[in-house]
Design a binder for this molecule. Sequence first.
Ligand code: UDP
Length: 239
Amino acid sequence: MNAELFGFCIDTLKFEDAINKATALINSSKPSQIITINPEMFTEAEVNKEFAEILRNSEMIIPDGIGVKIALKINGIDCERIPGIDFAKKLLELSIKNNWSVAIIGAKEEVINNACENLKKEISTLNIVYTHNGYFKDNNEIYKDLSKYNPDLTLVAMGSPKQELFIYDAKKVLTKGIMVGIGGSLDVWSGNIKRAPLFFRKTGTEWLYRTITQPERLKRIFPALPLFILKAIKYKFFK
Ligand code: UDP
């Protein structure tokens, strides 16, 4: 199932169905890009043509931010919010029984190392074939490595739109597999940043928790989030 929002096609699937679609993409014979979209990314697409084109050409877009869920609801579409971090974690868990090879790219060296160590403790036979921090100058070096390993699942945590641009070009060097942009997930898995307690996650108010605990994020949310909701209302009436 999918829906149209601001000219982009969003997969409005339940968590399990989204995982099934990702699995099918891994089993297909071409590389795919999965985007976990939030309101800031729609705003970026308005001013960044290349990014908009990437959104249009991606194989799957899942609604990550609560703002996206609200904007879809305003436009008559009910859907589940799928946090990118939970989606990626589930794929990592499934990689064991499916024999998927995994590549992880992004964050500072210490952060990615700690994250991978923690992930391996939790998912013991995780087959991580390649890792690299997210601070490199030459994308081609990393593309060369990726083409050598041709991983089934590549997670890229460099923030948006950097990670989406990186993944888009990586599609040209891989022959299979999925690549997912996962933003700050490595910071969470490394233990550097705590995820919101379950109450906030269940009620879709993770953003509120993050804003209270990291007040510097306030300028990222306001006025962006309320403006995004207003834009969704405008879109409903004047599409
Ligand atoms: N990052 C990176 N390379 C860069 C810029 C950022 O690897 O050139 C990493 C940064 O260390 C952090 C993540 O990307 O781990 C950005 O997380 P952020 O919370 O900004 O992403 P969001 O989830 O908000 O898109």
